[in-house]
Design a binder for this molecule. Structure first.
Ligand code: 8YV
Length: 313
């Protein structure tokens, strides 16, 4: 029996491609020099689309693959998938929640510690021989006991908060609704910002959160605050963040996500007090294996006629 065609939108690890190829005929869109031509050629035989959080799937892609009735996303964020178009075409959408939560929270903390404690700067200080030549490095900023603000207390935000409890931090958050948690609620990021020393953004991306952390939020931060983003670049008004970094109003920033990834604004690389990470929050072997397995389980369930393990509502 012919294997159903699977459109693979972005690069996946070999272990996933191997496993997928046992059940599907793979069409690797990311290797195609001419995407439109590739889709015109292979789209009609595609029965499912495997995409990634940052790449998504738009209406044109779905139209090019009219027999594909599932988009399985390797990632939790489905903001780059046109959910309205999927619904209108009867296309199911799945994602990979939970399996990456703890890794993303680890990354938020890694960036928070790296910025506050100036870890990359210290590393460069030792490697360059400056320590031996000039003596002790400048003093950094304490993390434990500080006031942490979390924009978006979903699964990932809560995992960040649990880590912050271990650091004895005073935890506050903003979100659409107040949660049953022992943390201080503020109804908006602008209301939260003046009360924190460190602001971490972990809200979901998508149309509802574009520019949620805008100029007013950044202006409301205490001078010397630290800013961390592990959600989506789109959630932050990047020009305002850059202006605050230029003026020194924000002491440091740890960023895993940006506008226009991977071709980010080159100005970020000029700030010594910014720690940059290439959208790597879920990027551990363990978690990526779990994400791949969950993505495949969704595809297999679809073709076996079983309930989807993690459909997007
Ligand atoms: C990416 C992510 O999907 O889960 C998400 O929403 O953005 C990431 O986990 C990952 O980088 C795979 O490309």
């Amino acid at each position: 029996m012919d294997k159903p065609g699977l459109l693979v939108v972005g690069v996946l690890p070999d272990w996933d491609l191997e496993a997928l190829s046992r059940r599907f005929t793979l069409h690797l869109l990311y290797e195609a020099p001419d995407r439109a031509r590739f889709l015109a050629q292979h789209g009609p035989s595609v029965r499912a689309i495997a995409t990634k959080g940052e790449l998504g799937a738009d209406a044109a892609m779905m139209d090019a693959c009219p027999k594909a009735k599932i988009v399985s996303c390797y990632g939790v964020g489905v903001d780059a998938i046109d959910l309205g178009a999927a619904r209108a075409r009867g296309v199911a959408v799945t994602n990979t929640p939970d399996v990456l939560t703890e890794d993303v929270a680890d990354m938020a903390f890694a960036l928070l510690l790296a910025t506050a404690r100036a870890i990359p700067e210290g590393d460069a200080y030792v490697r360059s021989g400056t320590w031996a030549k000039q003596g002790p490095m400048r003093l950094a900023t304490r993390v434990w006991g500080k006031r942490l603000g979390i924009v978006g207390l979903g699964r990932i935000g809560r995992a960040i908060a649990r880590r912050a409890e271990g650091f004895g931090m005073a935890i506050a958050y903003s979100g659409r609704t107040r949660k049953e948690v022992p943390y201080t609620f503020h109804p908006s990021p602008a209301a939260l910002a003046p009360h924190v020393d460190i602001l971490v953004v972990s809200a979901a991306g998508g149309a509802g959160t574009v520019g949620l952390v805008d100029r007013a939020v950044i202006a409301a931060l205490q001078p010397g605050a630290i800013f961390v983003n592990v959600s989506r670049g789109s959630v932050v008004e990047e020009a305002a963040l850059i202006a605050a970094l230029k003026s020194g109003r924000i002491a440091a920033a740890g960023l895993d996500v940006f506008h226009n990834e991977p071709g980010i604004d080159p100005v970020f690389a000029t700030f010594p007090n910014v720690v940059l990470s290439p959208h790597q929050s879920s990027g551990t072997v363990e978690t990526r294996k779990a994400m791949g397995a969950l993505m495949r389980e969704n595809l297999e369930a679809h073709f076996d006629g079983r309930p989807l393990p993690t459909p997007v509502a």
